[in-house]
Design a binder for this molecule. Structure first.
Ligand code: GLY
Ligand code: MN
Ligand code: MN
Length: 473
């Protein structure tokens, strides 16, 4: 339980004096005596590592020292016969470092006593269970109308900003788990490259890959596998995976194992029949160049914003090289013509969640990378088969201004105005090279920022054309 102990200690240093309340996840009913597989709430797990549903954690912090109190499901032979073993209160104390453990049923009764004397109370508003439990209990424990009961001085704060900051910087123990998740994921991707063949269905390749994940110890997937053959690669979150693979097409796989609750996130794009065609190679080489450059940008002091801007610049050069855009590099950037082919971010934080906790800005400024942060780098070029001719608007568009305007006007009004501006702008018609239509390429790796530079946890997944063809041929 070392990782959560470190996390509680770090949290206690921030809060100094106060109480923190968190809730576990719950079992979600599916239908007729069937439930969705349970996964613990990530914030709750981060601070407790408690694996069961229906639990509450109260962390009392005095002079920067945390004390863990856990409310857990009671042992119950009959229930355990149906649902599996419960750790119970003794498990919470003996194995999960709770100072005290209580019955889940007694939360309402005991919480006010635990909170007595604490003026600052931090709640996890992001948990679905905040509404269910805290709203009611805290209404008694911390009267909103401040009418002078024992807790009338207490103030409720959101735990979110604090825990997000903590989760951004991974401890050595967390990096170990992420490394294992990444190793397993890489093995699965290599197996998929070896296995995929024309005539197979996307789900069959997915099953082969996922078998390796589970066989190597993954508890579950980090997210639903995207196994996208041919044109399907141009659908960013494609996950139906029901199509048959065609000879000569590319297969984009964005899939990852979760290990010890930590998720990897890897994309590789490779030729189903073993060899890239010439147009596929052209697009692939450009994305690879951009992606390698992005990885180099994950250094202390740089920011994701800078990496993204550099990605857009190099990728726009690629789009010009590939004749996918009508004008030069400058206009491709300033008129956002790149957005037709690259319409997502360059990366996101990675950890307990595939899109992990942590903001990209601090006080309105781009957040600088620090040692221990983990991010994906995942540029792509998607040439949609449905758009053989594109009318590109001749309109200067500054993403910063668009964002500011959205903040000021509100999303609905601002996007309406954006659409109007686009509709009224002059356009230039551009024919997309026919041999590129339907090609979608994304390459994604998981990068730890360290004081010694970027560390690629997924570098063993074949990535150059030579490496890939050596495996697929
Ligand atoms: N697999 C989800 C993503 O790449 O963000
Ligand atoms: Mn990703
Ligand atoms: Mn991904």
């Amino acid at each position: 339980m070392g990782n959560s102990k470190i996390a509680r200690e770090n949290l206690a240093k921030q809060i100094k004096n106060g109480a923190v309340i968190l809730h576990s996840g719950s079992i979600v009913y599916r239908n007729n005596d069937t439930w969705y597989p349970f996964r613990q709430d990530s914030n709750f797990y981060y601070l407790t590592e408690w694996p069961e549903p229906d639990a509450h954690a109260v962390i009392l912090i005095k002079d920067s020292e945390p004390e863990l109190h856990l409310f857990v499901q009671d042992r119950n032979e009959e229930m355990e016969t149906w649902e599996g073993k419960r750790l119970g209160q003794s498990g919470a104390v003996d194995d999960y470092e709770a100072l005290k453990a209580y019955s889940f049923q007694d939360y309402e009764k005991i919480l006010p006593n635990l909170l007595r004397g604490f003026n600052d109370i931090y709640c996890d508003y992001s948990s679905n269970n905040f509404e269910k439990y805290d709203k009611k209990v805290l209404t008694h424990a911390v009267p909103y109308d401040q009418r002078g009961t024992d807790f009338s001085n207490a103030t409720l704060y959101s735990l979110q900003p604090l825990i997000s900051e903590l989760r951004l910087i991974k401890s050595d123990g967390e990096i170990e788990l992420l490394t294992k998740a990444c190793d397993i994921t890489v093995e699965g991707h290599i197996h998929a490259m070896k296995t995929a063949n024309a005539g197979m269905y996307e789900y069959q390749v997915g099953a082969e890959m996922e078998r390796i994940f589970y066989d190597r110890g993954a508890e579950r997937l980090g997210y639903p596998s995207i196994v996208a053959g041919g044109h399907n690669a141009c659908i960013l979150h494609y996950s139906t995976n029901r199509d048959q693979l065609d000879e000569g097409s590319l297969l984009l796989i964005d899939a990852a194992a979760e290990y010890g609750m930590y998720s990897s996130d890897v994309t590789r794009t490779f030729p189903v029949s073993g060899k890239f065609t010439s147009p596929q190679k052209d697009v692939y080489e450009e994305v690879l160049k951009v992606q390698n450059e992005g990885i180099e940008g994950v250094v202390v002091g740089n920011s994701m914003k800078e990496v993204h801007q550099q990605t857009i610049k190099t990728l726009s050069e690629s789009l010009v090289n590939l004749k996918l855009v009508p004008l030069g590099v400058e206009e491709t950037i300033s008129m956002m013509h790149f957005f037709e082919f690259f319409m997502h971010g360059t990366g996101h934080w990675l950890g307990l969640d595939v899109h992990d906790a942590g903001s990209n800005e601090v006080n309105g400024q781009p957040r600088a990378f620090e040692h221990g942060m983990v991010t994906t780098i995942e540029p792509g070029i998607y040439v949609r088969p449905t758009k053989p001719v594109i009318e590109f608007p001749l309109l200067e568009r500054d993403p910063n201004e668009i964002r500011e305007r959205r903040k000021i006007m509100g999303m609905e009004k601002a996007t309406k105005l954006e659409k109007e501006e686009m509709m009224n702008a002059k356009t230039v018609k551009h024919e997309i090279p026919k041999d590129l239509l339907g090609i979608g390429v994304r390459i994604e790796d998981d990068i730890v920022c360290t004081n010694n530079g970027p560390m690629n946890l997924t570098e063993n997944a074949p990535k150059t054309i030579e490496e890939i063809e050596a495996v697929t041929a």
